[in-house]
Write a protein that binds this ligand. Structure first.
Ligand code: CAA
Length: 376
């Protein structure tokens, strides 16, 4: 780590231990997101890390962003994922939006005053995102949005929504992307989902009923919405991988510390080879994931965008997070299964990392397609 990275890591470690960790068990139980924590992270410069300074961001490279997110994820996946998804919204506006859109929407997002949400999935189009059915019909001065989006991270809390809707033919080429604001007429929220994990981060359905969105809120050109959505995910998938790294690191830390002090059969359970081999595998898989995530981020920073590597990073790091958190619960045994220790929460939080931003089966589809292209 360079000096800057050590500085961010130390600053975030202090922040999460003082400001996030003491409330996490309770907030997970009560499904409570503390906006003041997010705002404070914004004041420290961590809610617009990858966005250019011209729009209030910190202009950091993806490697540094991943390091920061994995540090936050050690205490809370909820705040880490809120930043990660809000950052994906910023990336989309910054890379595909026009100057007016950047000036209008980015500063509130980068400063942490507002949160962004990404709306692609629908009840009948999850992995097959190009089959989405929500429509945006051209009308005078704008579009009328109709339909619903499912499983939207931060819905209800967020003010700026990137919504993919159909403006044309079936398939990927008939999709456009829009900026939709909380409070627009015809835009309502469905019920808050009750989830296994990520409980402090709200997930909701959103609905559109003749919701008028002005022309100026169209991102890029009509028909480019699928590319807009997919390109956001290229970066987003690497950051989701970094969340997996942070979560796995914390779970391993809990498992090693516990096993060194827990005595059974007159010795620390760490000294049983069965557990040593488990922890050696956990540490090895964690290190492999970290190397892959940071290599993917580094190549991204060097302008060598690699979809294959981004998908590999997401796949490996989130499968590892699932395995490592599950093994941590096993090592802690009975107490590991209770909320006396945080590992059961980590295990619940890890599960959805294998599902969001493209299931790990979809990551394999992307990797296989890249391989085919490479060899054809
Ligand atoms: N960047 C730019 N363009 C891209 C692209 C990318 N990463 N990926 C695909 N495209 C382009 C293709 O080049 C193609 O364009 P042309 O026709 O001009 O060549 C077009 O988009 C269609 O691409 P495909 O033919 O590959 O599309 P497909 O229908 O076969 O789907 C898929 C590909 C990889 C399966 C895609 O549908 C996918 O990733 N599905 C998973 C959906 C997903 O990740 N959802 C996440 C939900 S959001 C979320 O979880 C966030 C949250 O809140 C936590």
């Amino acid at each position: 780590m360079n000096e800057f990275q050590v500085e961010i890591k130390n600053q975030l470690e202090k922040f999460r231990l003082n400001k996030i960790e003491p409330f996490m068990e309770e907030d997970d139980h009560n499904e409570n997101f503390r906006m003041e924590i997010f705002t404070e992270l914004g004041q420290l410069g961590f809610t617009g890390m990858g966005t250019p300074e011209a729009y209030g961001g910190a202009g950091m490279g993806l490697e540094d962003v991943c390091l920061a997110l994995s540090e936050i994820a050690k205490s809370s996946i909820a705040y880490a994922v809120t930043i990660s998804v809000s950052s994906m919204v910023q990336t989309i506006i910054n890379e595909w939006g026009n100057e007016d859109q950047k000036k209008k929407y980015l500063p509130a997002l980068t400063s942490g005053q507002e949160i962004g949400a990404y709306c692609l999935s629908e009840s009948s189009s999850g992995s097959d995102a190009a089959s989405l059915k929500a429509t945006a019909k051209k009308t005078e001065g704008g579009y009328l949005l109709n339909g619903a989006k499912m499983w939207i991270t931060s819905a209800g809390l967020a003010k700026t929504y990137i919504v993919m809707a159909r403006t044309g033919e079936e398939g990927s080429k008939g999709i456009s992307a829009f900026i939709v604001r909380d409070g627009m007429e015809g835009f309502t929220y469905g019920k808050k989902e009750r989830k296994m994990g990520w409980r402090a981060s709200p997930t909701r359905e959103i609905q559109f009923q003749n919701c008028f969105v002005p022309d100026e809120n169209l991102i890029a050109k009509e028909g480019e919405g699928f590319k807009v959505a997919m390109s956001g995910l290229d970066k987003g998938r690497i950051t989701i991988g970094s969340l997996g790294v942070g979560l796995a690191e914390r779970a391993l830390d809990e498992a090693v510390k516990y096993s060194l002090q827990r005595q059974q059969f007159k010795k620390a359970i760490f000294d049983f080879q069965g557990l040593q081999f488990m922890m050696a595998d956990m540490a090895t898989e964690l290190e492999a994931s970290r190397l892959l995530v940071f290599e993917a981020a580094k190549q991204f920073d060097q302008g060598r965008l690699q979809q294959k590597l981004a998908s590999m990073a997401k796949l490996k790091a989130t499968d590892t997070a699932m395995k490592v958190t599950t093994d941590a619960v096993q090592i802690l045994g009975g107490v590991g299964y209770t909320s006396e220790y945080p590992v059961e929460r980590f295990m619940r939080d890890a599960k959805v990392l294998q599902i969001v931003e493209g299931t790990n089966q979809i990551q394999r589809v992307v990797i296989a397609r890249c391989l085919k292209k490479q060899y054809q």
